[in-house]
Design a protein around this ligand. Structure first.
Ligand SMILES: [Cu+2]
Length: 148
């Protein structure tokens, strides 16, 4: 094989593997207060579902929620960002996957408050139950994304 052809081949291989890497699970950045236990439970749930998670402790969660357009009514404990979307509170990993696949024109998803039967709030491995995950837009308008 001539060297130029070999070079082209290896470059395209490099590009291909870089591309595959970016297609792999998106990294989720989670802002939480240092003392939040259920936040860590949710982070474990995301990791188990295959997501890369970067957790950042903050002592200004109110400021972070303001910055990302999460109103009081929609607020929970942690605020996370993935691919430009906001994830507020105990949103199940399956919903995050559906969000990233469908890429709807919304600001993000929220599970307002602290639903007792949600990942991070209840014993590991139990299915989410008795709450709604809401999609919300820039104006704070909501619709039900998932019903558990
Ligand atoms: Cu919580």
């Amino acid at each position: 094989m001539n060297p130029v052809r070999l070079l082209i081949l290896s470059i395209s291989f490099l590009l291909l593997s870089a591309c595959e890497q970016s297609m792999a699970a998106s990294e989720i950045t989670v802002y939480k207060s240092a003392t939040c236990d259920c936040c860590n439970g949710w982070i474990d749930h995301l990791k188990e579902a295959g997501f890369e998670v970067k957790a950042i402790n903050s002592d200004d969660m109110i400021g972070i929620k303001e910055q990302y357009g999460v109103s009081n009514k929609l607020a929970s404990c942690h605020t996370a960002i993935v691919d430009g979307y906001v994830l507020e509170g105990h949103v199940p990993a399956d919903d995050v996957k559906r969000l990233l696949k469908g890429k709807p024109e919304i600001a993000g998803l929220t599970a307002p408050g602290m639903p007792m039967k949600s990942p991070g709030m209840q014993a590991k491995g139990l299915p989410p139950k008795n709450y709604d995950v809401l999609a919300f837009d820039q104006q704070g308008k909501t619709s039900v994304f998932s019903h558990y």
